[in-house]
Design a protein around this ligand. Sequence first.
Ligand code: ADP
Length: 175
Amino acid sequence: MEISAIKGDITKQTDVEAIVNAANESLLGGGGVDGAIHYAAGPGLLKECRTLGGCRMGEAKITGAYNLPCKYVIHTVGPRWHGGNNGEERLLRSCYVSCLELAVKNGIRTIDFPSISTGAFGYPVEDASNVAVAAVYEFVKDHPDEFDMIRWVCFDNNTLRYYSRQIGLIQKQLS
Ligand code: ADP
């Protein structure tokens, strides 16, 4: 079981069953990673997303992956940052838990996450990485043997630095 962070484009990963999309409530596409995923997946993804009736913040929905190299896309809607006292942490944690629950339900053992909420939604990367990495380790502790790999695919060096550091800190505490 591997928990890691790499730098890269989440649409280009060829060794995972599912990638997570940081979507918005409509699930009808947007900018950032959402735009990149729809572009790479092709129009079939939007067509399937239209049947889902959107997604609430902190929840997740699963679709096929169409022209992407993976099998599934798990769409989740992160919180917009409004200063940190508006349930942002609880909602971000809920995104990770909802995605991992859907993965378990679908027998998915390898999954890539983007840095949910830290682009257009403005969540500070350091805070988001703390919440995200803690949520994943907690979930894995409660669900041993369900995953082979959980990985963040970070688009830039700064984001990678925070996720790597946070993973390192938790690994050290556990060893
Ligand atoms: P949100 O609206 O949840 O903030 P964004 O897509 O704006 O979502 O940003 C989330 C993170 O995804 C940012 O760190 C952004 O740089 C990153 N990102 C954008 N495109 C990609 C991609 N192709 N692969 C991985 N990460 C990406």
